[in-house]
Design a protein around this ligand. Structure first.
Ligand code: ADP
Ligand code: MG
Length: 693
């Protein structure tokens, strides 16, 4: 009903309006009722002008004394509208930039409401660019003053007043007919308002306490609907028959014994979790979170050996060619001395540029390879396994959601381990990866010294080079990262190529320098990385191609040029390339950061080495939507709910989702019909999931 009635049904919405509303995602009455205010203004009492204080934000009700408009004398195209406004207690100046049409309305005697920050200008109170709302004396203003008033992000052509009127009239007609998708029992268990009350109070709160309750109820609903598909997928998976692995055996023991280090207790704990899953008859889908350098690869390698000793094959997918080759080199050398069933282990490498593709396909198909390591190339249709029982996806955030699902399909419900070095807070992990089980390595190997991070201005970059030279003189190695390959004069950014040539003849004359970036052929990239790894090169000039996974413990210094051009999590990943051994490492961020955001990022880097804290900070700076970059994750669906601040509510919603699906997995019972409709509307693929999954 609500979801099928177009907003054009409402008075005042013709085809043209409907179009601008549609651009904001409002097509139906339901969309409109779920179009929530961006903020509220308490207009039960206005502040009087005489009590305003500098630096504070106020809502005031005023009358125009005088209004005028002029063009800036510095920039002709820049218009400035000025007004003097007053209430019974005093006067205030207001200035608006580039809103020339305003002048027409700022006629003496006209009333308007202003919202903005008070500043002092030439000793007088002033508001710059305040939000305004004209009071139209003839109108019924009961929606606009004398109450807590909603402020919306406006569709084109709409005003706050028309928006309020529209929503109010939609509510008057449709609220009595709304049915609640949350059952009475569920609501009373969780102390939630019903839907009609919630919608009423989210738009036109009777008081702030009720607004808060409405917010809670509607956030709960969002979390709940978000969790249902995740929980369903998880329940379905547990039903499916997976492969029971032999998790303890000589091969594993031998491997662990010959490692040059002891596993940390966090690694051991996670390994136990993985073993439990792999031994069970259900298919594993586990997310392994761990900070950069926490030692995820060795855990993953052991899990591969579990698959091999159980007589199956394993696959290990990495996002870049460099990283795939590194894993291949390291793992083959670690496995070189091991004997299983009277033979050596057979490991293959498959990348996009491989000339021997056909041969590898054949070997994998016939089971002549135990483990195949590679890039996206592993997803190619031509690659078929004899018996894949375990798949690893390293640095999962570098793959699309669809890609992640492809590799496991090459086996018969294989166990899957998904790894990430961008750890996120638990509640957010549940929100996004609620269909996975989650393991965390929350400890670095013993003896690691935290990387010292410094921030230098552009002017002081020579000091940064001096630090790097110091490290090289001790026989250690360094990276210098530039944001681009070719320099940009327009943006005044140095590029890796040119700087390589300059540094070689200048600040680093006498040292051996290498250059690596994404435009080089894979073969060339590999040669340079190999030289660097073998210490034939002292310094590597590079782009962010080195961001993920690279593991060269002798590198103890990283300089990041134009650091303001990198995201926070990205900087942390880059820094993760050093500090990987027992030596003290140094990271120097060179930047004349201009924006507040960029400064916040650099500050976070200098003050913390902890990936969880960094990602939390990053989330705060960018918000979850930006942080995860693409829309596939559906975080945009959460309009009110915030997993970072409403953890309790999220947990409760997840518990209810589990409870409901355990009892009625297909949502067939009558009281669940409405919910099912809503779910199918939001997630059309849910139907398929319910039936097959
Ligand atoms: P990441 O979790 O970032 O993928 P890696 O798996 O590449 O980290 O491990 C980082 C480095 O730490 C590697 O050189 C690895 O050999 C080493 N390492 C792993 N586990 C331990 C441990 N328990 N003790 C000491 N060094 C370890
Ligand atoms: Mg790694």
């Amino acid at each position: 009903m609500l979801q099928s009635t177009s907003i054009q049904y409402l008075k005042g919405i013709g085809p043209k309006r409907a179009k601008s509303f549609s651009a904001r995602g409002i097509n139906t009455i339901e969309d409109l009722l779920y179009y929530f205010p961006r903020r509220y203004e308490d207009r039960t009492n206005f502040s009087s002008i005489s009590e305003l204080k500098e630096g504070q934000v106020y809502t005031i009700k005023t009358e125009v004394l005088f209004g005028d408009q002029r063009n800036s004398w510095r920039r002709r195209s820049f218009s400035i509208t000025e007004a003097v406004l007053a209430d019974k207690t005093g006067k205030i100046n207001c200035v608006w930039f580039n809103q020339p049409y305003l002048k027409e309305y700022l006629k003496p005697g006209v009333s308007l409401i202003l919202y903005g920050k008070v500043e002092l200008y030439n000793g007088r109170m002033q508001m710059n660019n305040p939000e305004y709302e004209f009071l139209d004396g003839e109108d019924d203003d009961s929606l606009n003053i004398g109450r807590i008033v909603p402020i919306y992000t406006l569709p084109k052509g709409a005003s706050q007043r028309s928006m309020r009127r529209l929503i109010k009239s939609a509510m008057d007609e449709f609220l009595p007919k709304t049915k609640d998708c949350l059952t009475f029992d569920l609501r009373s268990r969780n102390n939630l308002l019903n839907l009609a009350q919630s919608l009423l109070n989210i738009h036109f709160p009777q008081d702030l306490a009720l607004q808060k309750q409405a917010l809670m109820r509607l956030s709960f609903e969002e979390f709940f609907i978000f969790q249902l598909p995740l929980v369903l997928r998880k329940l379905k998976r547990k039903e499916k028959k997976g492969i029971k692995h032999t998790v303890n055996g000589k091969l594993i023991e031998d491997f662990i014994l010959q490692l040059p280090f002891k596993l940390t207790s966090a690694q051991q704990k996670v390994l136990e979790e993985i073993k439990t899953d792999m031994a069970s008859g259900a298919a594993m889908q586990r997310l392994l979170q761990g900070d950069v350098g926490s030692g995820k690869t060795v855990v993953a390698t052991i899990a591969c050996l579990i698959a091999i000793q159980s007589g199956h094959q394993a696959a290990f997918m990495a996002p870049t060619e460099i990283l795939a080759r590194q894993h291949y080199a390291k793992i083959t050398s670690q496995l070189a001395g091991l004997i299983f069933n009277g033979r050596k282990l057979r490991v293959g490498l498959l990348t996009g540029q491989d000339k021997q593709k056909e041969k590898i396909y054949q070997e994998v198909k016939e089971g002549r390879l135990d483990l195949i390591i590679g890039t996206h190339a592993l997803l190619q249709e031509e690659l078929n396994f004899k018996d894949l029982s375990f798949a690893i996806i390293d640095e999962q955030h570098k793959f699309g959601v669809g890609q992640r699902a492809l590799l496991p399909r090459k086996g018969n419900n294989p166990d899957v381990l998904i790894m990430t070095a961008t750890p996120i807070p638990r509640t957010l992990a549940i929100t996004l990866y609620g269909d996975l089980d989650i393991s965390v390595i929350n400890e670095l190997p013993a003896g690691r010294l935290p990387v010292k991070t410094l921030h230098f201005s552009q002017q002081n970059k020579e000091k940064a080079f001096a630090i790097a030279r110091g490290e090289l003189n001790y026989g250690r190695q360094a990276y210098i990262i530039y944001p681009v390959i070719e320099e940009s004069y327009a943006l005044d950014i140095a590029g890796a190529k040119k700087m390589f040539a300059e540094l070689k003849e200048g600040q680093f004359k006498g040292f051996k320098l290498g250059l690596v970036h994404g435009k080089l052929k894979a073969k060339e990239q590999e040669e340079i990385m190999l030289k660097f790894r073998n210490k034939e090169l002292d310094l590597l000039v590079s782009t962010t191609i080195l961001e993920v996974g690279i593991d060269i413990p002798n590198a103890t210094c990283m300089i990041v040029a134009h650091a303001e051009r990198f995201g926070l999590s990205q900087l942390h990943q880059l820094r993760g390339r050093i500090g990987r051994g027992s030596l003290q490492s140094f990271c120097v961020l060179i930047s004349d950061a201009q924006t507040e955001e960029a400064r916040a990022r650099l500050k976070a880097m200098v003050s913390s080495n902890d990936g969880f804290r960094i990602s939390e900070e990053d989330l705060k700076i960018r918000g979850p939507g930006e942080f995860f970059g693409n829309r596939q994750h559906g975080l945009a669906e959460l309009r009110l709910a915030n997993p970072l601040t409403q953890m309790q509510l999220l947990r409760a919603a997840r518990q209810e989702a589990i409870k409901l699906l355990n009892q009625d997995i297909r949502l067939e019972e009558r009281p669940h019909q409405l919910l099912k409709e809503k779910l199918l509307q939001r997630f059309p693929e849910y139907e398929k999931l319910m039936l097959v999954g």
